[in-house]
Each structure stands twice: as structure tokens, then as C-alpha cells.
Design a protein around this ligand. Structure first.
Ligand code: ADP
Length: 693
């Protein structure tokens, strides 16, 4: 039986679209290796349709049922792999279980291909073309394919639901295309499973869904495309909307089934099936359209609630959004995104007052295409209007006395509203909202009130971040001041010694005894300078440590080989750890010297090495101990010392070194009881893992 003209045209259309899609994916960078999954998935679908149209209806149709089901399964697995990678962060790799599942499914597909004709299905004569009844293995294979398809659809839906405004715009059509291809596939597959058949008369319906899907993918690749990494959380928002859509669609399908049973002819049946698929894709497109959703929310809000907005939710989502970011750029972006989502805008620009001036300069933009926002002079009409009115402005009504450049920018970027960021009565910045998603939406005083409220909230967050930055700067300056004080102090001592040598040299340079003294003096000064330099050198980081496996007990003993301290007791076991020997020796020396200085004369200081959960070194003394307050507020902080000649950088440096090793330093101490410092270090294998991470 030869394929009908409709099927041939559809198949040619699908082939053309698939080739164009493959070419466009290569011309346009941005999808990385994920594009290979799309190409493989589309190729599998094309192959499936070709087999469904030319292979199965032919005389040797039964022999093609194996390859048909194999391609069906492989295609589904490819789409599943795609759905797990598309628009997800790069570092998120496939779980090993899923990878094994994919390998097993592809292996099964190869096996199915080789299975003798008739094992999967049995041919039966039917009025509308050949129908194959599925035998048990065939039924199982198609059930597995159905499961994989559902997994793919769920993963794609999760990506879409978790995406935010700008990301969704970018990925929506790719996902819609996949929905259409996978949905039509699922539709025909589930009908087949219902009747235990592999029905070739369903091919046109599948092809229609495939053609629409490929067209969406092509559109996305040419005009939107790319990937915006979406962090997928476990909590799927808006599932109810999707369920509602799915429910409505199933009802529609039920009605369609009824219509099909009433109109028996093959042509009508194919037409109704295609209608089912087209309406499904249409419904999905509508449900995912920002404009449609905004219109629905507005209608719901208008008829069922007094206000246009659910203020509590709006407020909470805006404050959550801006309080969860730490960096300055992140905050600016979060503010703009919050405004765009709340008021249904397609883009925005944040202007902030120039430091030390009155003009407004663009701080960040959201979806502004390639237009460069100009600097706004303080005398500019827009800035003056915001400063005088202290209220949000509808730019669409026109701005008088705006400069030519500003007016051109406002009209080119389709700017619609300007919201002032106010600090009391002074204008600190402004937010321009551009390109309303629904041009017919009316904005009233309620919208302006919310804009102004969110504007002042945004301004407070921006101000907070700036103050925190200033505070950090001030602290840095304070630390710099302390560091330079102690450098100057040490340098003064060294310079004094050197100038003394120079003065005396003028008189006694010929004297051999003086020459010897002078050399000793110079040597001494040089070594002190070396110590000073080594103290000031950059603090250690994991990258500049030279790690090796060492025995901690041995290392402790070596530290005191040349400088034997009285009343020092070594204890504990031999234990291996991954360390930078010279850096760790500094830590041991520092802790022991502190303990020695704190202990009364004759009291022992104990150094213990061993392993409990990790390798450790403990330094234990019977000194005066420390209060809880001192430990929590001052210990390990730079320049906090209780000693008249102390500098308070020893323990700070110890902490940096130990943490650079991936270890911890803990203290247990109480006044009058003594102190115990414990340095914990990673075991050799844990350290290797740390490096690999
Ligand atoms: P410094 O020894 O120059 O003061 P450190 O950073 O090494 O600098 O020590 C900071 C402070 O911590 C010391 O001034 C002291 O008050 C306290 N401290 C450190 N080790 C001990 C200890 N074993 N017993 C009691 N106090 C200690």
C-alpha cells in the first residue's frame, strides 16, 4: 500500500525543517554539545515517520516492526538525555543511574532490531491500512518507551517552570517544540497501547505534531535560542496550572474520540487526530505565553478580588529576591527582574546617581537588546519630573523638556514607566521599565503605588549594600594602619642599628675587632629583616602550599630539633597527614611558644599527635586559660593581643595556614584551667579528594 499524498507532503515538510534546523544549530553558537541531542532526537523522529509511512504499510511490514520499535525507544532515550541537560547548569551532570539506564535502553533497542519478525507484533488486516497486534515483548518495549517519554516531558516542564522571566523568554520555544514532538509521540503511543496495536493510520497525526515541533525548534534556534542555565529546584511551582491544562486537553480528547467513533471514514479520522494534536500544542503555547498568563491573572484578580495585586505575595517575592543576593551586580539585576515580573515588562534599566555628582548614570540593564542607555543630566526633563513629583511617571504620556538624546532613547527602547529611587526627598536613582508584554494593559494609581513602594524597598537594599562595602573598606584601612604601624616600628629599630654601625664605622673602620662586630651586627639586622618580610608575605592559600604526606609526630619533633624548650613533652601516636611541612611547623611553633609564655615557670607543655576522626595535633598547657568572651571575640582575630610586646598576628596566621590545608583549629579553654589548642588536618586520601574537587 503506497502512502497518501498528505503523508508524503508532511514527511517532505518534516525533512526540510529538520535539515534547516540542523544547519541553523551549527550556524548559531550557544547550545554547545546539547545541539547533538536535538539533532539525534529529530533524526530519530524523522526515521520513525519514514518507517511508519513507507516501511510498515508495505508487504514486508512485519519485518519493519522491530526497527520501528527500536528507533522509537532510542529516540525517546535521546530526548530524555536532552531534557536533562538543556538549559541546566553545565556542572550538573547526568546521574550514573540515568546514564546506565540510557546504555541499557540503547542495548535493548539493538536487540529488538535483531529480533525475528513476528516476535514483537502480529499482522492483522484492517480497513484503514495494516494494523499490528502487539505481542507481550512488543507491549513491554512500548511501555518502556512511554515511560521514557513521560520522564522527558516532566524534566522539560521542570526546567520551564523553574526558569525566571528572561530565561523563559529564551528557552520557551525550544521546550514547546519538544513538547509538541514528544506529546504527539505520546499521544499515538498511548492510543496504540490502549488497543495493544501498532497502528499505521496514526502516522499523519504524529507527523503533524513533529512538523509543528520542528518548526518551533527552528524558530527558537533562529530568533531566540541559546541556553540560559536554569537552577531547577525540587519544588515545582505552578504545577496546578499545567494539570488544569492537561485536564482540559484530556476532556477535549474524549470529545474528539466520541466524534471519531461517530464519523467512521479514514480521512475524517486522520483529520480529527491532527486536530487533537494541533489543539494540544495550541493550548500549551497559550498557557506558556507571558501575555496570556498576565491577562488571566488580571481577569481573575479583577473579578474575584478587590485589588489588582496580591500585595503580600508581591512584597514577599520581591524582598526574598533582593535579600538573597550578595554581590552588587546580582542585587541590581534582581531589582530589575523583580520589577519586570511584577509589572509584566520586557526590559528595564537601573540608573543611579553619579558618585559626587547629580547626573544619573546607567548601573545595569535587563533585556535592552543593543541600545546603549545615555547618561541623564540632572536638568533633564525626566530627572526633574521625578525629583519634583517624587512619584512614578507614565512615560507613554510624553515627557516635556527631555533632551533630544533622552527622548530618542526613550522612544527607541519603548520606555513606559520611570520609578524614582528616593532617599527621603532626594532622588538617588531611577528605574526605567520598557516594552510592556501586554500593550493593552491599563496601569492605574494602584500600579504606581506598588511601583513606588518597591522602588523605596530597592533603594534601601542598594543603600545597605553600599554601606556594607564602605564599612569593609574602612576596616581594611584600619588593618592597613595597624600593619604599617608595626612595620614602621620594626623598621625604626633596624634603621637605628644600621645608623649606629655607619656612625661608628667612620671612626673605627680600620679596627679588625670593630670589623668583626660590624659584620655580626649587619648579619643580625639582615636576618631580622628576613623575619619581618616573611611575616608580611602573602598569607597562604591552598594553591601556594607544597603538600606532601608527613608523619605529624616526626614533624613536631623536627620543629624543636634546634630550639629545645624546657618542660616540653611529646606524646601520642605516629599519624600521617597531607601537609606543607614548613607552614605547619610555623603553626606548631606558634602554638607551643604561646603555651610556654602562658605557663608558669616549670609547668610542662604537652604536644600530642594522633587520629580520632581526623589526624590531629594538640598543644596543651596549664596556663591561666582564656574567657569564653575573649575566645569568641578576640582569639584568631588579627592584632588582638594581651601581651605588652605582642602583635596578635600569630594565631591569625595559624588559622589561615590550617584552613588553607583544608583543616580546622579549635580551642578549649577556661580561666584558671589552662588551654588546649587542637589542629585537625585532612587524612592523605581526603586531601587528594579535596584537590580533585
Ligand atoms: P601574640 O602572641 O602576639 O599576642 P597571638 O595571635 O599568638 O599573638 O595570640 C593572641 C592572644 O591569644 C595572646 O595575646 C593571648 O592573650 C591569647 N593566647 C594565645 N595562646 C594562649 C594560651 N595558650 N593561653 C592563654 N592565652 C593565649
Amino acid at each position: 500500500m503506497s502512502p497518501g499524498p498528505v503523508q508524503t507532503v508532511l514527511l517532505l515538510l518534516c525533512t526540510g525543517l529538520s535539515v534547516a534546523l540542523a544547519a541553523s544549530l551549527f550556524l548559531k553558537p550557544g547550545m554547545g554539545y546539547v545541539r547533538w541531542y536535538v539533532i539525534a532526537g529529530v533524526a530519530a523522529s524523522l526515521c520513525l515517520d519514514a518507517l511508519g509511512v513507507w516501511g510498515l504499510p508495505g508487504d514486508s511490514g512485519l519485518a519493519w516492526t522491530g526497527p520501528y520499535m527500536a528507533v522509537e525507544l532510542t529516540g525517546a532515550v535521546t530526548w530524555m538525555l536532552f531534557s536533562r541537560r538543556y538549559a541546566r547548569p553545565k556542572e550538573q551532570s547526568l546521574s550514573p543511574a540515568l546514564s546506565w539506564f540510557a546504555v541499557a535502553a540503547i542495548g535493548t533497542a539493538a536487540g529488538i532490531c535483531a529480533a525475528p519478525a513476528g516476535i514483537l507484533a502480529v499482522r492483522a488486516a484492517a480497513q484503514n491500512g495494516p494494523v499490528f497486534f502487539l505481542s507481550a515483548p512488543g507491549f513491554l518495549v512500548r511501555c518502556a518507551t512511554l515511560t521514557v517519554l513521560i520522564m522527558s516531558l516532566t524534566a522539560l516542564e521542570a526546567t520551564l517552570v523553574n526558569s525566571v522571566h528572561g530565561q523563559r523568554w529564551r528557552i520557551k520555544f525550544t521546550i514547546l517544540g519538544c513538547f509538541s514532538i514528544l506529546g504527539s509521540h505520546l499521544f499515538t503511543l498511548s492510543l496504540g497501547l490502549l488497543y495493544h496495536t501498532l497502528d499505521t493510520s496514526l502516522a499523519p497525526a504524529r507527523q503533524t505534531g513533529f512538523a509543528i515541533g520542528t518548526a518551533f525548534l527552528l524558530y527558537s534556534s533562529l530568533f531566540r535560542g541559546g541556553e540560559a542555565p536554569v537552577a531547577v529546584s525540587k519544588r515545582l511551582a505552578r504545577t496546578s496550572v499545567v494539570l488544569f491544562g492537561a485536564g482540559a486537553y484530556l476532556l477535549f480528547l474524549g470529545a474528539l474520540g466520541l466524534a471519531m467513533s461517530l464519523t467512521g471514514s479514514a480521512g475524517n479520522r486522520a483529520l480529527l487526530l491532527a486536530l487533537g494534536i494541533v489543539s494540544g500544542v495550541g493550548l500549551l503555547t497559550l498557557m506558556l505565553s507571558e501575555r496570556f498568563r498576565r491577562k488571566c491573572t488580571r481577569l481573575l484578580q479583577h473579578y474575584f478580588y478587590k485589588e489588582k495585586y496580591d500585595y503580600r505575595t508581591q512584597w514577599m517575592s520581591f524582598t526574598n529576591r533582593i535579600s538573597s543576593v550578595r554581590s552588587r551586580d546580582g542585587l541590581y539585576q534582581a531589582v530589575l527582574l523583580g520589577f519586570c515580573e511584577t509589572f509584566g515588562m520586557g526590559g528595564a534599566v537601573l540608573y543611579l546617581k553619579e558618585p559626587g555628582g547629580q547626573a544619573m548614570v546607567p548601573a545595569t540593564v535587563w533585556e535592552l537588546d543593543h541600545i546603549i542607555p545615555p547618561r541623564l543630566d540632572s536638568k533633564d526633563g525626566l530627572v526633574r519630573r521625578l525629583q519634583d513629583g517624587l512619584a512614578a511617571v507614565d512615560i507613554r504620556q510624553g515627557i516635556s523638556s527631555a533632551s533630544e538624546q533622552t527622548a530618542a532613547f526613550l522612544s527607541e527602547s519603548q520606555a513606559s514607566f520611570a520609578v524614582p529611587l528616593l532617599q527621603g526627598e532626594s532622588l538617588e536613582g531611577l528605574i526605567l521599565m520598557l516594552k510592556p508584554i501586554d500593550e493593552t494593559e491599563e496601569f492605574n494609581q494602584e500600579d504606581f503605588d506598588l511601583m513606588e513602594a518597591l522602588g523605596s524597598q530597592a533603594n534601601a537594599a542598594i543603600l545597605n549594600l553600599r554601606l556594607a562595602e564602605l564599612l569593609t573598606q574602612a576596616r581594611d584601612m584600619e588593618v592597613m594602619g595597624k600593619v604599617s604601624t608595626f612595620i614602621v616600628h620594626d623598621l625604626k629599630n633596624l634603621v637605628y642599628t644600621l645608623s649606629l654601625i655607619v656612625d661608628n664605622a667612620k671612626r673605627y673602620i680600620q679596627d679588625p675587632a670593630f670589623q668583626q662586630d660590624m659584620l655580626k651586627g649587619l648579619e643580625n639586622t639582615v636576618s631580622k629583616m628576613h623575619v619581618l618580610i616573611s611575616q608580611l608575605r602573602q598569607l597562604p592559600t591552598r594553591e601556594n602550599l607544597s603538600m606532601e604526606t608527613a608523619d605529624l609526630k616526626q614533624l613536631v619533633k623536627e620543629t624543636f630539633k634546634h630550639a629545645s624548650l624546657d618542660a616540653l613533652v611529646f606524646d601520642g601516636d605516629t599519624v600521617a597527614a597531607e601537609v606543607d611541612r614548613s607552614q605547619l611547623q610555623k603553626v606548631i611553633l606558634n602554638l607551643v611558644l604561646n603555651a610556654r609564655e602562658a605557663s608558669p615557670a616549670g609547668e610542662t607543655v604537652r604536644v600530642e599527635t594522633g587520629f580520632d576522626t581526623t589526624p590531629y595535633i594538640k598543644v596543651i598547657d596549664n596556663g591561666p586559660g582564656m574567657s569564653d568572651r575573649f575566645i569568641s571575640e578576640s582569639l584568631f582575630q588579627p592584632f588582638k593581643t594581651t601581651k605588652s610586646k605582642g602583635m596578635g598576628i600569630g594565631l591569625y596566621q595559624c588559622k589561615q595556614i590550617v584552613e588553607a590545608h583544608g583543616g580546622t583549629i579549635e580551642v578549649s579553654s577556661a580561666p584558671g584551667v589552662g588551654s588546649e589548642f587542637t589542629v585537625r588536618l585532612p587524612a592523605p586520601d581526603a586531601a587528594t579528594q579535596l584537590e580533585g574537587a
